[in-house]
Every structure is written in C-alpha cells, then in structure tokens.
Design a protein around this ligand. Structure first.
Ligand SMILES: [Fe+2]
Ligand SMILES: [Fe+2]
Length: 314
C-alpha cells in the first residue's frame, strides 16, 4: 500500500518527509490548506501505527517531527470535537442512562435509505467508503486494552475475541467484509479507495485512532465503542435487507447479517460491562465516556447527511 493522494500543501510536505530515505524531515510547520488536507495528513500519520506504507520508512512512525505535527493536528481536531459536544450528565443507573443517551440521539439514517431507496451505485459507493474502517475493524480499540483495569479489560477482550473471529481467520469481521467486497466486484485490499472518501470518513476514522492511541482518552474510546455497538444491530438488519433487495452477493449480505446478532450482544457488553465497570472504578471518567459516545453519533450523522444531500442533488 502506498501513501494516499495529498489533499493540500501540508499533506504534500508530510509525504515528502515520509518518503525521504534519509529520514530528513523538512518543514512540517505549514498550516493545512483545509479540513481535507488536515484530516488526510492525520490519517496517514495514524496509519504508520497500523499497516504503514510501502513508500514511507518504518522509522518514521516515531520520528519526533512527525509526532510533533501529529500532536498539533490532534489538538485542533480534539478541540473541534469537544466544541461540538454539549456536556451531559448521566443519571443512575449508569447503563440505562447511557443506553437512553444513545437512543435519544436523533440523526439521519443511511441504513434506512439503503433498506428502501438506494440504488446499486449508491450502495457500492457506501461500501467503498466504509471499507476504510471495516477492513481494519476493531483495530483502533485494541490499543486501549493494556490501559484498562481488570474488569473492563476482560470484557473488552471478550468483545474483541468475537470481532477477531473467535480464533478462526475466516470469521474475522474485517475478513468477512473483504470477502463481501470481492464478491461485489470491489477491491478488497486495504485502503484501495482512500483517495475517493470524503472528509467525513477521514474524521470518523481519525477520531477512533485519536481515542485509541491516547491513554488520557481511554474512556472516550470506550464510550465511542458503546455508541457504535448500540447503533449497529438494527441498522445492520436494514443494510442486509437493502443489499438483498438490490441482489448484492450473499457474502456482502452475510457481513451485515453477522452484525445483527453479534452487535445485539456487543452493545450489552460495551455499555454494561466495559463502560459500566470502568466508571464504577473511575467515576471521574463518565464525562469522557459520554463525549466519546456523542462523537461517534455526531460523526456518523455528518457522514450520513453528506451522502443523503449528495444523492438528493444528483
Ligand atoms: Fe464487527
Ligand atoms: Fe461488534
């Protein structure tokens, strides 16, 4: 996999630095051209911690200048995410209150659109966009495991064991998605479609890496996970129905069907056992759990709204 296309001056300068054989890093103090430029630069720097790029040296993952730039962009991004969130206090009991916070959030639904109205081209576009996350599904939350106390750590591993296929590589969720892409005539290789995704998809992915890679934000990572799992089962059923309506291949439908059942269990685990046991031990982390949950829902809304607007205008 090669570095994606630059989206402005800053990502251009960053890629030059990442490609430099000598580890010579020029000036990375530029301001991003726009949101796309900032988000693709951040995404590329995060990716150095996952699969990396063939045209970027492995050493660059921990290059101080790259880390300095990453920190600068992360500060702006986190400030933006926090500014969108209005602090909410959760009542007791915690789990019911977090469930209702998530359920009360009202946003546009891409799954409902796919279920009833979307055409084949629109669904394929969606799958290409979703491939950026689903091909590394659950990896960003894996960073959090060593940062947790005993009870939430055990519960998170129970959930992750499932996401990673219960010991069977053919059941790994990321692999199921790859099989679905291939059957649908799309490219199953990692980030094949990164140059086509809108900034909202980069933000969705970057928020998960931001929360996952900072111990300070571990509660936001788990809150994000809780909202993600708690808004997955019913939408996955709608997606499966929409895909069946459009006669997409069974492999792709199977990915979504798998999530109807799995995420009905995962939402209970994520909200009650993972987040619940974390805040029982560290009650001061409640606000960050809510911040993470809100961010998941809000970034999904932004992506859904963008796609629905684009399709309506087409
Ligand atoms: Fe999954
Ligand atoms: Fe799940």
């Amino acid at each position: 996999m090669l570095l994606p296309k630059a989206r402005g001056e800053l990502s251009e300068a960053l890629y030059d630095a990442l490609r430099s054989e000598t580890g010579e890093v020029g000036s990375l103090h530029l301001q991003p051209t726009d949101g796309d430029d900032a988000q693709i630069a951040l995404w590329a720097m995060y990716e150095l911690h996952y699969a990396g790029f063939e045209d970027a040296g492995d050493e660059m993952e921990w290059h101080p200048d790259v880390l300095r730039l990453r920190r600068r962009l992360e500060r702006d991004f986190e400030a933006e995410l926090r500014a969108r969130h209005t602090a909410t206090t959760l009542d007791e009991p915690f789990a019911e209150s977090l469930f209702s916070f998530i359920a009360d959030h009202d946003g546009p639904s891409l799954a409902a659109y796919v279920q009833r109205k979307a055409d084949r081209e629109q669904v394929l576009e969606l799958l290409r966009h979703r491939s950026i996350y689903h091909l590394k599904e659950s990896d960003p939350i894996a960073w959090v495991v060593p940062r947790l106390p005993t009870a939430p750590k055990a519960a998170l591993m129970e959930l992750q064991f499932d996401e990673y296929g219960d010991g069977d590589p053919n059941r790994l969720h990321a692999h199921l998605f790859a099989l679905g892409l291939e059957a649908a005539g799309l490219r199953p290789d990692l980030y094949a479609y990164i140059d086509d995704v809108p900034v909202e998809i980069l933000e969705l992915n970057n928020a998960m890496s931001l929360f996952g890679l900072h111990r300070r934000l571990r509660a936001a990572a788990l809150g994000h996970l809780a909202a993600f799992e708690a808004t997955s089962s019913l939408p996955s059923r709608r997606m499966a129905q929409g895909l069946a309506r459009l006669e997409l291949p069974p492999e792709m439908i199977a990915y979504y069907e798998e999530h109807v059942e799995a995420d009905a269990v995962h939402e209970q685990l994520a909200v009650r056992t993972i987040c619940g046991s974390l805040v029982a031990e560290e009650p001061q982390l409640v606000d960050d759990v809510v911040f993470g949950a809100f961010t998941c829902l809000d970034l999904e809304d932004r992506y859904a709204q963008r796609m629905l607007d684009e399709w309506a205008a087409a």
